[in-house]
Write a protein that binds this ligand. Structure first.
Ligand code: IVH
Length: 675
């Protein structure tokens, strides 16, 4: 394909991909199969790789940039991002409504919509292209987080203009949220990696937006609803309802629950109806925002120093209640983390009876100083487990003894270990409390991808005593399974076959499948690439592990603890009688760049940071993040950062992009080799 043809085809592919992204992520109504979409995407990637100068920042392939930043710049919003006056009392709503009518006359139309509990952002589109995104900050200025926001699939990088022409300049206000299922998965992953989980989806969204490395944001599935225009040039908008329609037409995702109402009673009805649906939405909302529909009337009303006088947040009653702790018991989760659970006098919180709440971990119990018998405030958010928020003082009452974690696992009796604030059962592959979860993880899509090994099945296999350790999976026969509820001849045979097909797994997937603390898919891949075989990984010393790029002392320790645990060793031995992980090609073996260390600063024209890293590693070299005396080359792209100065200071050889490309071609000796 020549350049002109490529230019045309690339534009065509981008149009199609944008269209399908919009159908899938915004409208939630895809038109083509995932595989057909993947095919379009792959073709675009290939063409862009062949013609790198045709890559533009609004191309759908450019959502995740490889560059890690050192901090966030502060930017001024195009218009102030005010906060909302809010209350849960009906009287407060009545006062708001009265003031509005006194100013505008009795016939006022409002738009009501859910108050989303996420992180508020400003998005700026110039000539239809996303040019900047920032956090709310203090309302006047926020942190510039464009690269991170670009990773949100529901967000158009370019406004659509087929239905309504896109304005020259547009500043949109919206809320970045994390759906409940994504939030739970994220927390499970964090726990599996021995890290602290987030208390609620709002914190998780805000945390994801503040990652310095956009690829980390991209790993956390965020969504974004747009609900307000802060500033616009080149479009006329008269009502809030029209604002929502325009945002929708420009391809932004707009919540489908807003309604146009007039009169107090209609607001109250909407509030009540929404409150009933609150737990079924799949994302957190904490009230109803009431806004005057007519934008000109808004100007008339104006604002106080903090709040607009044309909007009010009518909040839902807090989902917190007071009750008493009857007992605190340790509970072993499916990743081995032992969580202290408060058993409480049952109490109704927002329509649900609650009698258990999490106290998170050893340190949290100590920090909040919760003991048996204490009066506590308990909070419920969405579908997640209720939590004990705080203890209420009762000076007259004699208190119980402070809670102490047991020394031994309540499920398998193994000696518990401490991992930061958490207490963990190290007997990962044998402990009955962990087994069902381990099985599900073992067969999950990014691990050994065994179809039919879901949660229900894993639980059954454990309950029926068919599987006491992972190796037992391979001894399952069709006749064992047919007996179980939910199984028929075909599904039983299918599962046995799927398990059988996993006997020669890819090393990285196998390492991931074992559920070693701290070892997710990425670390597993690195380990496989570095060590090459399962036995070398399992035998690697602490020091050897720490030599691997991206593995620090804490991770190395957790990996060693896993392989040193007696129960795990036995379970692994049995498993390796059934399964033979394939040797992995060692990335560090040989190549023109063997043993050389590279650092990158600034952007490259011909490839992304990730691609550059892959190329270096494929040639036997390594990429590290900071410059030191041991660095062999600093590759300086466009707009290099402070690493360039550091390299010059230390006398590290600096390469421009062209020099780097030469080096990749022919190695450090230079010149063409004929061999
Ligand atoms: S309208 C001037 N609508 O809630 C207010 N805000 O304390 C214009 N929020 O951070 C904002 N859902 O960003 C509006 N449907 C919604 C909202 C919403 C959530 C946020 C807002 C602010 C907070 C108010």
């Amino acid at each position: 394909m020549d350049r002109d043809e490529a230019t045309e085809r690339i534009e065509e592919l981008r149009e199609q991909i944008r269209y399908h992204d919009h159908r899938y992520y915004v409208l939630d109504s895809p038109e083509i199969a995932d595989s057909a979409y993947d095919e379009l995407y792959r073709e675009l990637r290939e063409l862009e790789a062949e013609f790198p100068d045709l890559v533009t920042s609004s191309s759908p392939t450019q959502r995740v940039s490889g560059a890690v930043r050192e901090g966030f710049a502060t930017v001024e919003h195009l218009a102030p991002m005010l906060s909302l006056d809010s209350h849960e009392k009906r009287e407060a709503l009545e006062r708001f409504d009265r003031r509005v009518r006194d100013a505008l006359g009795e016939e006022v139309e409002y738009v009501v919509d859910p108050k989303l509990d996420g992180a508020s952002v400003e998005l700026v589109y110039e000539d239809g292209e996303l040019s900047r995104a920032s956090t709310r900050g203090d309302g006047e200025r926020g942190e510039e987080i464009t690269e991170n926001v670009r990773t949100i699939a529901a967000l158009p990088l370019r406004l659509r203009d087929d239905e309504r022409s896109a304005p020259e300049l547009l500043a949109v206000r919206g809320e970045v949220i994390m759906h409940a299922d994504a939030f739970e998965q994220l927390n499970e992953r964090l726990l599996a990696e021995g890290r602290e989980p987030f208390a609620n989806p709002r914190n998780a969204s805000a945390g994801a937006l503040r990652q310095l490395d956009p690829s980390k944001t991209a790993e956390r599935p965020l969504d974004l609803f747009a609900y307000d225009v802060l500033h616009v040039e080149g479009a006329e908008l008269e009502t809030q309802w029209e604002v929502l329609e325009a945002l929708r037409a420009w391809g932004l995702k707009v919540n489908d629950l807003p309604s146009r109402v007039s009169g107090l009673e209609e607001i109250v009805d909407y509030h009540e109806a929404l409150r009933e649906r609150r737990d079924d939405l799949g994302y957190e909302i904490d009230g109803v925002v009431v806004k005057v529909d007519d934008l000109a009337a808004r100007n008339e009303l104006g604002e106080t120093s903090h709040h607009p006088r044309w909007a009010f947040a009518y909040k839902f009653p807090a989902r917190k209640e007071i009750t008493r702790v009857l007992d605190i018991v340790p509970s072993v989760g499916r990743t081995g983390v032992v969580t202290p659970i408060a058993l409480m006098l049952p109490v109704e919180i927002g329509g649900v009876t609650v009698s258990r709440a999490t106290l998170h971990n050893r340190e949290e119990v100590a920090r909040k100083d919760i003991r048996e018998g204490d009066r506590v405030r308990v909070q419920r958010a969405g579908d997640v487990i209720p939590q004990v928020v705080e203890r209420l003082e009762e000076p007259e009452r004699e208190r119980g003894e402070p809670f102490r974690m047991p020394d031994e696992c309540p499920s398998c009796g193994a000696e518990l270990i401490e991992r930061g604030p958490f207490t963990v059962c190290p007997n990962a592959l044998e402990c009955p409390a962990q087994l069902a979860g381990r099985i599900v993880h073992y067969g999950s899509r990014h691990a050994l991808d065994i179809e039919g090994l879901g949660e229900e099945t894993a639980k059954l296999l454990v309950e029926e005593g068919l599987v006491e350790q992972l190796a037992d999976l391979y001894a399952l026969e069709r006749d064992d399974l047919v007996e179980l509820p939910g199984f028929a001849e075909k599904s039983a045979a299918g599962l046995v076959e799927a398990i059988d097909a996993s006997r020669e797994p890819d090393l990285a997937r196998f390492l991931h499948a074992l559920g070693i603390p701290e070892v997710g898919a990425t670390v597993a891949r690195t380990l496989a690439g570095h060590f090459g075989s399962f036995s070398t990984v399992a035998a690697a010393s602490d020091e050897a592990l720490q030599e691997v790029d991206g593995i620090g002392p804490r991770m190395a320790e957790q990996i060693r603890l896993f392989f040193d645990n007696e129960g795990n060793r036995e379970a692994l031995e049995a498993l390796l009688d059934e399964v033979e992980p394939l040797e992995s090609e060692r990335r560090t073996t040989s190549g023109p760049l063997e043993g050389l260390k590279f650092v990158f600063t600034g952007g490259l024209d011909s490839m992304t940071r990730d691609e550059a890293k892959q190329r270096v590693e494929a040639a036997g070299g390594r990429v590290v993040s900071s410059v030191s005396g041991a660095t062999d080359y600093l590759v300086a792209g466009e707009e290099p950062g402070s690493k360039l100065d550091k390299a010059r200071e230390l006398g590290v050889e600096v390469l421009e992009e062209s020099g780097f490309l030469d080096l990749l071609e022919s190695g450090p000796t230079g010149g063409d080799q004929d061999e």
